[in-house]
Write a protein that binds this ligand. Structure first.
Ligand SMILES: Cc1cc2nc3c(=O)[nH]c(=O)nc-3n(C[C@H](O)[C@H](O)[C@H](O)COP(=O)(O)O)c2cc1C
Length: 146
């Protein structure tokens, strides 16, 4: 039996179907922060050139329930889940949903973001080809946002 109270981390990517200008992104973040706080979900949302990368962490049952809602959301394409794995500690314990827009990233973070999205947009791209950029991006935010 999978342990539904196990803390997990999940990363996915998706592409917007409607244009998310800054107002729409801020609306999305407001709803996300309210709902995530209720469910003890924390994480980070990155947005660049119509692409989303989202890191989610929380109890397996809560993250999976949120992912069902996110997958049903017609405002973006079906999320491509890069990984869903047990974690010991949260990377973003104080953030019900942190937001990082491309323009606010450091040049190093922008480079990782570009590499991830350039590879992931290619058909049949294997996650191993951008995993090191993804890990480096997550690590850089973990230190910067804590
Ligand atoms: C890129 C993206 C990220 C999202 N992230 C979250 C999130 O972290 N938490 C959340 O509650 N909803 C998030 N949503 C919104 C959900 O898809 C959904 O609209 C919202 O949770 C309300 O769900 P409900 O209408 O079924 O109650 C996100 C949507 C998109 C497009």
């Amino acid at each position: 039996m999978p342990d539904e109270s196990q803390l997990i981390g999940l990363v996915y990517m998706s592409t917007e179907r409607i244009h998310f200008d800054i107002d729409k992104i801020l609306d999305l973040i407001e709803v996300s922060r309210r709902r995530n706080a209720e469910d003890h979900i924390t994480g980070l949302l990155c947005h660049h050139a119509g692409q989303f990368i989202q890191f989610l962490e929380g109890k397996a049952k809560d993250v999976d329930a949120l992912m069902e809602r996110i997958c049903r959301d017609q405002r973006h394409t079906t999320p491509y889940v890069v990984y869903r794995k047990p974690i010991l500690d949260r990377a973003f314990p104080d953030w019900s949903m942190a937001l990082r827009l491309f323009d606010d990233m450091t040049p190093e973070q922008q480079k990782h973001c570009r590499n991830i999205l350039a590879v992931s947009l290619q058909e049949n791209a294997s996650a191993s080809r951008y995993r090191s950029d993804l890990d480096a991006l997550l690590a850089s935010f973990t230190y910067a946002i804590k």
